[in-house]
Design a protein around this ligand. Structure first.
Ligand SMILES: [Zn+2]
Length: 166
């Protein structure tokens, strides 16, 4: 049996969705469970002292913190503050291109079409367009009953009555 040590520590939760406002880390109480296994517990012969392997499990001390407070998706629990790297690149207007600038560009719609769909109005518009196209296709296929001749070789015999085909 491993030695189990439980402690309540200062930790963080954040939403897993990077586009959600809840993706900023929030300080919460975190329950840390550490399991320590000795060499002997892992099947080693003899009696080598000390811990050979340990694993740590983190969970929210308060179950109310398990979901994102903004969107309700499951929140990620950590015991580390997310690192912030210094911005070394700047755009033409002098704004720093920090680690979040790509997310900002997508949110502002400057990376064309990759922003997540917030409501399904765009989907509904596309579905309406699709239905319209479908109706057009059906109508045009009903109009052209006789098969049209493809852009193949020209006919050898231009007289229509002398030809065997058609
Ligand atoms: Zn969220």
């Amino acid at each position: 049996m491993p030695t189990i040590t439980e402690a309540t520590i200062d930790g963080f939760v954040h939403c897993r969705d990077p586009f959600c406002e809840g993706s900023e880390q929030r300080e919460v109480q975190v329950k840390r469970t550490q399991m320590d296994y000795t060499f002997h517990e892992l099947g080693g012969p003899g009696s080598v002292p000390g811990i050979e392997r340990s694993s740590t499990h983190l969970a929210c001390a308060d179950s109310a913190d398990e979901a994102c407070t903004v969107c309700g998706k499951p929140a990620e629990v950590t015991d580390m503050k997310r690192p912030v790297y210094p911005a070394m690149i700047f755009d033409r207007e002098g704004r720093s291109l920090d680690q979040k600038f790509l997310l900002r560009l997508i949110k502002e719609g400057k990376l064309g079409g990759t922003a997540p769909v917030q409501d399904d109005s765009r989907v509904a518009a596309l579905e309406a367009e699709l239905a319209e196209l479908k109706a057009l296709l059906i109508a045009s296929s009903q109009q052209s009953q006789e098969p049209r001749r493809g852009p193949g070789r020209p006919r050898k015999n231009p007289e229509p009555d002398a030809s065997e085909e058609d």
